[in-house]
Ligand binder design. Structure first.
Ligand SMILES: *[C@@H]1O[C@H](CO)[C@@H](O)[C@H](O)[C@H]1NC(C)=O
Ligand SMILES: *[C@@H]1O[C@H](CO)[C@@H](O)[C@H](O)[C@H]1NC(C)=O
Length: 244
């Protein structure tokens, strides 16, 4: 009986040591990826899972690099602080690599070119420039590029939302005159909602990139290299076709 106990103990201790060893051998095997799953078709929830272009892209990148990833879904304006606090290792969230954000994090090479558009009710006349938003009630999503763009235009009554679909609901209910949003999610809302349209005004081109915390150059370079491989071997184009 004593001998049996001893064997069990040895086995148990052995298992514990293996457990420690694998998480402590200096090689990063798993990284935490922050996103905000309210940005279809880049990232959104479907049957409780985060899916979309970004999700499949980072999955392919992780395979190429040889690491596991775990997605952390959080509010968009919580992403940069979480990354700076190293609670997550990187961000993929349809995030534009602006000069302002570059002050706090490092961005990878860009993986998508987008621009801001204006969504209005169908019956409203066309809006041809962003300056024409003057005097209007305009919905933006907190921390999104649209928030920054619209907040710079004088004389706009800005209403900030935590999620795009809430802004669209208010627009359809006539509570606001317009919503400023990135082009792809805007198209997605138009597809799924009656009575709204995209105005002809186009914002400046902007580049979506993934972010890592400052000086995590190793991960940054691995991602850039993997992105290049995926662009060259057709995986990236396949994902574009699938999601846009
Ligand atoms: C391209 O590379 C990725 C990552 O290594 C791999 O998963 C994928 O199967 C490759 N695709 C093709 C068409 O070779
Ligand atoms: C990372 O950010 C620092 C500080 O802004 C910058 O000097 C550096 O060039 C960036 N590194 C890369 C690889 O982009």
């Amino acid at each position: 009986m004593k001998k049996m106990m001893k064997i069990i103990m040895v086995v148990l201790v052995g298992i514990m040591m293996v457990g420690c060893g694998s998480s402590d051998d200096g090689n990063v095997k798993k990284i935490y990826v922050g996103t905000n799953a309210e940005f279809a078709p880049f990232e959104f929830l479907k049957d409780g899972k985060t899916v979309g272009f970004d999700m499949e892209l980072i999955e392919e990148i992780s395979k190429e690099i040889g690491i596991d990833i775990e997605i952390k879904d959080m509010s968009f304006d919580g992403l940069l602080p979480a990354l700076q606090a190293k609670k997550i290792d990187m961000i993929i969230a349809g995030m534009t690599s602006t000069e302002e954000r570059k002050k706090s994090v490092n961005f990878t090479n860009s993986y998508y070119i987008a621009n801001q558009v204006i969504i209005t009710a169908k019956e409203l006349g066309n809006i041809a420039t962003f300056d024409e938003l003057k005097g209007k009630k305009v919905g933006v999503i907190l921390g999104f590029t649209g928030d920054v763009v619209v907040s710079k235009i004088d004389g706009v009554e800005v209403k900030k939302y935590n999620a795009g679909y809430v802004a669209i609901m208010d627009l359809k209910a006539g509570k606001i005159d317009a919503v400023v949003l990135d082009s792809e999610p805007a198209k997605n809302f138009i597809k799924n909602n009656d009575g709204i349209k995209i105005a002809s005004a186009k914002g400046d081109k902007e580049e979506y990139a993934m972010a890592v915390y400052k000086d995590n150059i190793e991960l940054l370079e691995k991602i850039n290299k993997a992105l290049m491989v995926l662009k060259e071997n057709g995986t990236y184009d396949g994902l574009l076709k699938k999601w846009f």
